[in-house]
Design a protein around this ligand. Structure first.
Ligand code: FAD
Ligand code: FES
Ligand code: MG
Length: 284
């Protein structure tokens, strides 16, 4: 079944969203789950992306991605009507949703995309949702309006103060945890370093914290070992045991080291793609 891009939009300088035909996945997916896509042929790189939303009636899923390297740049160059050759999913365990009472959702950068379906499901389950969204600057902040619609309290922070408070997300998180009615549960999704520091805060205040981990993935079925982490001093595979974990038990330092393992190869591949792209049309 072809996975045609039904609509595509640019959300900020480097963030894009598309609705893609995938009826079986749209019908089965639950908040917290992801897909692994390969863009053009069986040798193309496989990358995981969260299912940000789905419309089972239209048979489409919504993906939101940040252009960070070769494959996400290639995907940003696709147009409406183009096809994504392979989409495998839904993968991973769905988020455990229940009525906790008051919850805080913390998103950093592109982490806002996977956080949105979770925050929405928490709201639908009757929780009082406070949200903290952080970005380096105003241009990089995505999905503010969508979060505003479902959050009882929405706090925006930017590193440069161009929007909301000039602070890191840990600052308002600490303030919320200090309140008499502190959150019963925290959900944190963003860069590994941000999740690590948010977990340091919530641990001090005994607030249970779910994180969604963005390790390198290849097969997404528990066989390649690419997504291995250390959790509670034991090995776990993010693709089948996660992607969500109790953040207080994750060894983030090891995870960050493993995330950087292929940096040089990734940068070379991106440079090659940019050169190739610049030449398109020159020989016509
Ligand atoms: P590269 O230059 O190849 O890599 C840039 C960085 O991305 C690397 O340093 C590494 O940290 C990471 N990365 C590279 N290859 C992989 C890979 N095969 N698997 C995972 N990470 C990789 N990003 C989004 O923009 N939107 C999402 O909704 C989203 N959801 C994700 C859900 C899960 C479960 C995981 C594990 C990751 C998710 N990511 C998401 C991250 C996304 O997969 C990477 O940004 C993407 O693979 C980068 O590919 P690239 O070739 O463009 O960049
Ligand atoms: Fe291969 Fe998880 S991606 S084991
Ligand atoms: Mg890549």
């Amino acid at each position: 079944m072809p996975h045609i891009i039904v609509s595509k939009k640019q959300l900020s300088d480097d963030v894009f969203t598309a609705e893609v035909q995938a009826p079986l996945i749209a019908a089965a997916r639950k908040p917290g789950q992801f897909v692994i896509i390969s863009l053009n042929n069986e040798y193309a790189e496989r990358i995981p992306l969260t299912i940000a939303d789905a419309d089972p009636d239209k048979g489409t899923i919504r993906l939101i991605w940040q252009r960070v390297g070769k494959t996400t740049a290639e995907m940003a160059d696709l147009k409406e009507g183009d096809e994504i050759v392979n989409i495998a999913g839904p993968l991973g365990r769905p988020t455990h949703i229940e009525k906790f009472g008051s919850v805080v959702c913390v998103g950093g950068g592109i982490g806002n995309a996977p956080l949105l379906p979770i925050a929405r499901a928490l709201k639908q389950a009757g929780n009082n949702v406070a949200t903290i969204l952080g970005a380096r600057n105003k241009q990089l902040l995505i999905l503010e309006d969508e979060f505003a619609r479902i959050s009882g309290e929405l706090i925006i922070t930017t590193d440069d103060g161009s929007h909301g408070r000039k602070a890191l997300v840990t600052e308002p998180l600490k303030e919320l945890c200090r309140r008499e009615s502190k959150p019963a549960q925290a959900f944190v999704i963003g860069p590994a370093i941000m999740m690590k520091f948010c977990c340091d805060v919530t641990k001090q205040f005994d607030v249970p914290t779910q994180v969604s981990l963005n390790t390198i993935m290849v097969d997404g079925t528990g066989m390649c070992g690419g997504c291995r982490i250390e959790y509670d001093n034991k090995p776990k595979f993010v693709c089948v045991d996660g992607p969500e974990f109790d953040g207080h038990k994750v060894n983030f330092d090891l995870m960050m080291k493993r995330l950087n393992a292929y940096k040089e190869l990734e940068q070379n591949a991106h440079e090659q793609y940019k050169k190739h792209r610049c030449k398109i049309g020159l020989d016509q």
